[in-house]
Write a protein that binds this ligand. Structure first.
Ligand code: AMP
Length: 125
């Protein structure tokens, strides 16, 4: 079973330069930009430039270079946004996948949220 990637998703369009974004960081294999509808004072999305749907897709099929670049990009975004434990008050990282994860955009992204206390991880439903 292979992962199906839809290259018409909105983050693929951002990567192709077809729609604008507010870039926080760009590296060889990764792009970080501000969420259009921020849910906290810090709300940055970090995506790999490769065509990966979800974190499990990326973690199983990406090259070592892509994985290292992406992981270091996340750390650099946290540093630039002032949410690290060395300089700030912490953050939450979320990566939604598929229907149960309520993923809206089918290109891997990690949300980095911070700048205020974020409450418990999951609301009771
Ligand atoms: P998810 O539900 O995890 O797939 O989250 C998708 C996120 O993408 C949401 O937080 C949206 O606010 C955000 N989003 C959608 N379109 C854009 C866009 N053009 N630029 C930046 N963020 C976007």
């Amino acid at each position: 079973m292979t992962y199906a990637y839809d290259d018409q998703n909105i983050f693929a369009k951002i990567l192709r330069g077809e729609i604008p974004n507010t870039t926080v960081l760009e590296t060889e294999h990764s792009l970080a930009f501000r969420d259009l509808y921020p849910q906290a004072p810090v709300h940055v999305l970090v995506i790999p430039k490769g065509a990966y749907v979800s974190y499990d897709h990326f973690a199983s099929e990406a090259s070592d270079a892509e994985i290292v670049d992406y992981t270091r990009a996340i750390a650099e975004v946290c540093r630039r946004e002032g949410v690290t434990l060395t300089a700030g008050e912490g953050f939450r990282m979320i990566s939604n996948a598929g229907a149960n994860g309520v993923q809206e955009v089918p290109h891997l992204h990690v949300h980095i949220l911070g700048g205020r206390p974020l409450g418990r991880m999951l609301a009771k439903v």
